[in-house]
Design a protein around this ligand. Structure first.
Ligand code: DX5
Ligand code: ZN
Length: 217
């Protein structure tokens, strides 16, 4: 099973983002871009123009995680701006299937994220319109929170919904050297890590260490 490490720049130094991204680019599969609007979550990161500029200049493919209320209107624009993958929250969307299809028709992978309190079973019937499920392992909004191991059942159930389809299964929140193997054993194959990477003295080495644990048989 192929695995991916997708560092989140949420805890990077925003005043020198290009350099921060360059520190991890050569060892990372995708760059995880957390977009927050201070409405869907109580935190703000980038507006569309700022995000589009990061997407346009990133040396590696960008995985845009949209934690925004106006997601049905904006998600296709994030795909059009060049994201490799665009993930919407089930809780924010009022037309999930058509937004997932619009993301695909703009040439990006379609992602569906669910918060800790939301069940996956409700969204199992969307499986053929989804290229990645994202099971949140913290409440979205902030980096540096504690990994919720109680979400591992949900990860395992999502893995069985996926079956043998080539759909990625991402976890996001509190992934570190201590928790990545638990998530892998539950069935995750795509791992976001924010503070573990950017609070470490050597972010690239941390990505390599995380990959070694996630890849172990
Ligand atoms: C939380 C974000 C995460 C977060 C991960 O809402 O979606 O991507 O930045 O950060 P850590 O790895 O510090 O939990
Ligand atoms: Zn995220």
């Amino acid at each position: 099973m192929g695995i991916r490490i997708t560092p989140s720049i949420l805890n990077a130094d925003f005043s020198r983002l290009d350099q921060e991204i360059n520190r991890i680019a050569s060892v990372s599969d995708l760059l995880h871009l957390d977009v927050m609007d201070n409405i869907f979550v109580p935190n703000f990161t980038f507006d569309f123009d700022q995000a589009a500029s990061i997407i346009g200049s990133s040396p590696i493919p960008v995985d845009s995680h949209l934690m925004i209320a106006d997601v049905d209107r904006l998600a296709p624009a994030y795909a059009h701006a060049g994201s490799a993958s665009v993930t919407i929250h089930a809780e924010a969307s009022s037309s999930i299937r058509s937004t997932l299809r619009a993301i695909r028709s703009e040439g990006a992978r379609s992602g569906l994220a669910i918060k800790p309190g939301t069940s996956i079973e409700e969204y199992a019937d969307l499986v053929d319109d989804v290229d990645m499920y994202l099971i949140m392992t913290v409440e979205p909004g902030f980096g540096g929170q504690k990994f919720m191991s109680t979400m591992m059942d949900k990860v395992a159930r999502t893995r069985s919904i996926i079956g043998d389809r080539p759909i990625w299964l991402q976890v996001d929140g509190g992934i570190s050297l201590e928790t990545i193997e638990i998530a892998r054993e539950a069935g995750a194959d795509t791992f976001v890590a924010g503070s573990a990477v950017f609070n470490s003295a050597d972010p690239a080495d941390m990505v390599e260490q995380l990959r070694a644990l996630a890849d172990a048989k």
